[in-house]
Design a protein around this ligand. Structure first.
Ligand code: LLP
Length: 400
């Protein structure tokens, strides 16, 4: 049991706390589920890019899925082998492609015909042969929040099957491109297995066709997307997930790559914030805390639900909005929920805050970003210092 009061006292609030033992369990569950085939779990750094989190996963054997050269550098900085790093994303700058090629990462995941040409050109300049995979958009509805759905043709991600075929043939005939993988990712926070199975079937058939054209696909990258329970969602079990994918791969000698973000780190995280005060505006009750949308944006952006626990003994409950101090009506963690009567400095824990919470935080309203703490084997340690005012003005000060 993590002693949140103790941690809040020691590190102050707002504060992120990550249970590294949970991350470890999640990693093992997933890795184990795929044990019937060669597999590589490439952690999607975007979910939580703290160096210590990445290093923890590296120590467990993970590679990384990166969407910017910054993320590639984070992976390299903690010692992830370059052959375990994938560079994805719908728009990569020339300098990013150049650097990725120099680092000799496992593969660049190409998302358009235009990008394939860019990668070829840059590889040629560098006298290299770029290992690539192509992100296929299987046009399957993943049945998740529209903002985090990516596998439909009206999303900006990937290319359709026919374009992919053309691109693979082009890549095969280029001395500067080596098509080693295929990739799909249909969305995030997936809770239904059918769309994943359907997509995998479509993409596996593509791989069979490519093999018949002597294009030898070695890596079958199934993206990320496994959901977690925020409220009462029914979840896909890692074993069923793996079985569904593996059942589409019969006869194919490929390494399965999986790119989970949320599944690995989501449940490990807690956001700790303290009550500043309560107020009532024309009968509406607000509990105002020291954390805000700049720290944890998901409720404001997606109307996302996170469990909230007030650590006091008060049994007098009534409806309230839990809000932060930022000057936006959208600055809330929850609306119209039952909250006990609170007092100044009462501690509130917002759950399931390990994925897409700190990593989407900002300095809006010139608020310094929270500190981050890891708990492992009952020991806590700081893994990111709380920002101070000087950090916020560092890039500007010399110009005044
Ligand atoms: N691979 C690719 C190509 C992705 O685009 C993503 C996430 C992942 C892997 C990891 O997905 P995960 O396993 O974490 O579901 N900010 C949103 C989520 C955005 C997901 C973006 N892509 C949220 O807070 O729910």
């Amino acid at each position: 049991m993590i002693d949140f009061q103790e941690l809040a006292k020691k590190y102050s609030t707002p504060l992120y706390v990550y249970d590294f033992d949970i991350i470890k369990n999640q990693y093992k569950l997933l890795k184990d589920a795929f044990k019937a085939k060669k597999s590589l779990i490439c952690y999607a750094i975007k979910a939580n890019s703290n160096l210590s989190v990445i290093k923890h996963l590296k120590n467990l054997g993970a590679g990384c899925d990166c969407v910017s050269i910054g993320e590639v550098k984070r992976a390299l900085r903690v010692g992830i082998d370059s052959y375990k790093i994938i560079f994805s994303g719908v728009g990569k700058r020339d300098d990013e492609i150049k650097e990725a090629l120099k680092y000799e990462i496992l593969m660049i995941n190409v998302e358009s015909e235009a990008e394939l040409l860019r990668v070829e050109l840059i590889a040629k300049e560098l006298k290299k042969c770029a290992r690539i995979s192509i992100r296929v958009n299987p046009n399957i509805d993943p049945k998740t929040h529209p903002y985090i759905s990516t596998g439909l043709h009206d999303n900006k991600f990937g290319v359709d099957i026919d374009s992919a075929k053309r691109m693979y043939i082009k890549a095969k005939n280029s001395p500067h491109l080596n098509p080693v993988g295929v990739h799909f990712h249909i969305g995030s926070q997936l809770t239904q297995i059918e769309p994943i199975y359907e997509s995998s079937k479509i993409v596996a058939n593509l791989v069979r066709e490519l093999k018949s054209l002597k294009i030898d696909i070695k890596f079958f990258d199934i993206g990320g997307g496994l959901g977690i329970s925020y409220k009462d969602e029914t979840l896909i079990k890692p074993y069923d997930y793996a079985q569904a994918i593996l059942s589409t791969l019969s006869g194919l000698d490929v390494t399965v790559i999986c790119e989970p973000g949320r599944f690995l780190v989501g449940k490990s995280g807690y956001f700790l914030t303290k009550v500043l005060y309560e107020k009532t505006n024309s009968n509406k009750r607000f509990v105002i805390v020291d954390g805000a949308m700049n720290d944890l944006l998901r409720p404001s952006l997606y109307n996302a639900y996170h469990k909230i626990e007030v650590l006091n003994q008060n049994q007098e409950f009534s409806k309230a909005d839990l809000v932060g101090p930022v000057c936006e009506s959208g600055d809330f963690f929850a609306k119209d929920i039952d909250l006990p009567k609170t007092a100044h400095d009462d501690l509130i824990v917002i759950k399931d805050a390990g994925a897409y919470c700190f990593s989407m935080s900002s300095n809006y309203n010139s608020r310094a970003r929270a500190a981050e703490v890891a708990v492992e084997n009952n020991q806590d340690r700081l893994i990111r210092e709380r920002e101070v005012f000087e950090d916020l003005i560092k890039q500007e000060e010399k110009f005044i």
